[in-house]
Design a protein. Structure first.
Lengths: 332, 332
């Protein structure tokens, strides 16, 4: 009988899910809103509605199969405990009053979802770790025992694999490489500190770089016509492709920051390859070329010309669902 | 029958070795010179003399035992290949002429030593990794699955353990945390780059800091009476203990650099504890207090007040032999 896993990707806006086999083929998919359940007290309703939608999907298949497990990718997920812990953008308190009572915002989602399916194995990790395991199971990291995944979305996520295993860390929260400090007293970061890598290298980071460069460079640029509020990082790729000097400098700087940081990361785990995934990575050579160049320029001699920088092998809109489902195949 | 492992610690000056049981008790020890064999062509003679000395030690025991293996800690050791590769201070070329022919300086030491003992299991890794495994087998990291070891000697070595396993990396050279860049265009480092952590945090690093501070501060200090060539980092500890303002500032700065770097390291592996080992760590609170303070000050909220900074549990002059022998117990 065909074996299938459910993959669930929980974002701030939507929760997408699908049924995937061990080869990464998708047999069904669906989505519910996450945003419709914004408060702490909405969480049980969210779980109920998600379970109903999952069951509907599961019953929609016209062939017999065995459900081997459910993998979930979500922000602030703790792999060891199966929980989502004090997420910045999910199930918040209605008022400021309770905001110190954060212990109430530890959500045992793995257990709650498992219960809907008679206790089937359910694993949860953060979205970057899910993407990492997706790369290992279905993507370009197949057979690799040591690699690093960098996910370039609104922020910068990361996953580290050593000795063939995901590094979850003592507390289940390892792999926050977006929050190494790359510029002492640098740009303000969402985490409350200053100078984190993701304040420079991410969709938000490159946008901030564009606005910095519009202030420091005098070259003409199409980007100067777009107000900050309407600005999207894809506009920088489009302008760079047309040779816009500020847009090109944006990518050079972004690659420089990322390349330097990766040279440091390599000293810790000495990986075979580093994968770049997500929106910014789609800019291709615009981001890969400076990243590789500055990484090698800053690399300790021991590691020079050994570490590949590669695009993710998992593309398309279902990448996050695939990554989440891979948690199950990886754990078998 | 008692089971014993041989531990060998290869330094630039001496090679020390001993026979150790699984509890870390030492039953015999001895030493030969390393410095007596400085050139590439001396390597076979070194192996022969080392084997003879190891056999003499092995025969000196007055009880029956089983030799389960030999563990070696050495600079530039490749765990996967069992080799020492192009070490900076061992078995060099006699003249500059061959210095480009570095492929000839890959020494298959694990195999060569194993052969002396009828092919017994022989493992090799760098000295910091050996200290890390020693901590896991005999020391304060017993039972820990995720921790970081920082060895503070002439340089700064490191070992990362995740999921209960040493991270050797794809090429066998992982764990060079002394060579993350902490100051762009900073102090020259022995690795040929600038601003590496070990140029600030190590016996050599704190000495350099003392001389920098003697130039930037005007406070009186006993340290001003000692010429650079005669200066030893232990003089800074002694002066700091007496309240010398420059010596105390040396430790604050060193702890600041180390603490910041550790806050970054934590984002990668999220360890339960970080151990400090070696000369500088013996300065106790002088180094631990600022290291912890700046680590917490720079830590991402996710990891705040979770990570212990602890002294190594393996003390004394035989620490390196114990660490090397632990490779064998760890691999069983």
């Amino acid at each position: 009988m065909k074996k299938l896993a459910i993959g669930i990707d929980i974002g701030g806006i939507n929760t997408a899910f699908g049924m995937v086999d061990e080869q990464g083929d998708l047999y069904a998919e669906s989505v519910i809103s996450t945003r419709k359940y914004p408060h702490v007290e909405d969480y049980p309703v969210y779980v109920e509605d998600l379970c109903r939608a999952l069951r509907t999907m599961a019953h929609s298949l016209s062939f017999e199969y065995e459900l081997v497990g459910i993998g979930i990718g979500a922000p602030n997920a703790n792999y060891h405990r199966g929980t989502i812990e004090t997420p910045a953008n999910l199930w918040k308190f209605r008022d400021e009053e309770h905001s110190r009572d954060e212990a109430r915002r530890i959500f045992p989602l793995a257990e709650d979802i498992s219960r809907c399916f008679g206790g089937v194995k359910t694993l949860i990790t953060n979205d970057a770790n899910a993407a990492t395991i997706g790369e290992m199971v279905y993507g370009n990291a197949k057979g690799m025992r040591d690699f690093i995944m960098i996910t370039l979305g609104t922020g910068l996520g990361s996953g580290f694999v050593a000795n063939g295993e995901m590094i979850y860390g003592h507390d289940g929260f390892a792999g926050e490489f977006g929050h190494v400090i790359v510029e002492r007293n640098g740009r303000e970061c969402g985490c409350g500190r200053k100078g984190c890598l993701e304040a420079y290298v991410s969709a938000t980071g490159i946008k901030r770089t564009a606005f910095e460069l519009m202030s420091t460079m005098s070259a003409p640029s199409k980007l100067r016509e777009i107000p900050f509020a309407d600005f999207d990082s894809s506009m920088i790729s489009a302008a760079a492709a047309e040779g816009d000097p500020i847009a090109r400098e944006c990518f050079r700087r972004t690659g420089e920051m990322l390349g330097r940081a990766l040279a440091d990361a390599v000293t810790v785990t000495s990986p075979e390859a580093i994968f770049l995934f997500g929106g910014l990575a789609k800019a291709g050579e615009l981001i890969f070329e400076p990243t590789k160049r500055y990484m090698e320029e800053n690399m300790m001699f021991t590691y020079k010309n050994k570490v590949k920088v590669l695009p993710s092998g998992i593309q398309g809109k279902n990448a996050a669902i695939l990554g989440a489902s891979a948690l199950i195949w990886q754990a078998r």
